[in-house]
Design a protein around this ligand. Structure first.
Ligand code: ATR
Length: 287
């Protein structure tokens, strides 16, 4: 494998569009992947105000961008700008990855499958036949719910601070036609036992909070938090004390990026090196 390709007249451009985007860890991760694959490509972060998204995308495509990621707040607003969208991303209603081919834009969503890849890689855990308790009903929860249903989970309970949002997401999940049993609750209700607990809420992201007390439920197999900063949330600490295997959100970030790289290049990236780049970038920030 060739490393350290230098930028020249043939360098292909990739990037991430967000607002704000300067804290994104995708540039170090994806530039490492391109470099390890010997591809003459560069990946940059573009701060794009929501009102400028159509103009920014049009300009980048006209200037030859080969692919890009979308992060908050653009994942839904990109949909009308695309020529083709995978059925999965259409159902989730959000796109995080776009490939540009002869001026046409192809969108997909790698967030939920990235989450499942992390569970498989780090805990050898797969959803088929399992019961899942998922905390939160926002954008991240939606993508993860889709992949859990597609992966054949036996049951999914969505518990959210605002119960109506859990009910609305549960209703959306029903329309996806999977055989998974789906329920919606408020976080402070009696929570059912489950094989896997997932935290998709932002509680624990530097605020010292936990979305629930682990004693509200009985978790049999593992906890996955999608927060990666801090590396250990208060909920993860409780789970570790209870002897449960836990993962944080770094694996999801890594694997959604690895799947995006594959969508652009049709090649498998060097995942261990991408992980190393993420860890180094986090260390530099003092996390
Ligand atoms: P994301 O795209 O990361 O999912 P989001 O769509 O803003 O972000 O969703 C944030 C989620 O965290 C929501 O489920 C939110 O609950 P509400 O729907 O009640 O707002 C949840 N959340 C945020 N702060 C929380 C807190 N302190 N305790 C519990 N849940 C919280």
């Amino acid at each position: 494998m060739k490393e350290g390709v230098s930028i020249n007249g043939e360098t292909r451009l990739y990037g991430v569009l967000g607002h704000p985007v300067k804290a994104s860890l995708s540039p170090p991760m994806q530039n490492t992947a391109f470099s390890r694959a010997g591809l003459n490509s560069v990946y940059l972060a573009f701060p794009v105000d929501p009102k400028d998204l159509p103009q920014a995308v049009k300009g980048l495509v006209a200037a030859g961008i080969a692919g890009f990621n979308l992060t908050v707040p653009h994942k839904t607003d990109i949909l009308p700008l695309l020529h083709e969208t995978t059925p999965q991303a259409l159902k989730i209603g959000a796109v995080n990855t776009v490939r540009v081919d002869e001026g046409k834009l192809y969108g997909t969503n790698t967030d939920g499958d990235g989450f499942l890849s992390a569970l498989k890689e780090e805990l050898d855990w797969e959803p088929a036949g399992k019961s899942v308790l998922m905390l939160g009903a926002g954008g991240a929860a939606r993508g993860i719910a889709y992949s859990l249903l597609a992966g054949g989970a036996k049951s999914l309970t969505i518990a959210n601070r605002t119960k109506e949002k859990a009910v609305a997401l549960a209703e959306t999940c029903q329309t996806w036609g999977a055989s998974t049993e789906i329920n919606a609750l408020a976080l402070n209700e009696n929570l059912p036992p489950a094989d896997l607990l997932i935290n998709t809420t932002t509680a624990g992201m530097g605020d010292g909070l936990s979305p629930i007390d682990l004693n509200q439920t009985t978790i049999k197999e593992a906890l996955a938090d999608i927060i990666y900063s801090p590396a250990t949330t208060p909920l993860m600490t409780q789970a570790k004390t209870a002897g449960l295997p836990t993962i944080n959100g770094l694996g999801m970030l890594l694997h959604q990026g690895a799947l995006a790289f594959e969508f652009w290049t049709n090649q498998k990236p060097d995942i261990p090196k991408m992980r190393q780049a993420l860890n180094q970038a986090l260390e530099k920030r003092g996390f």
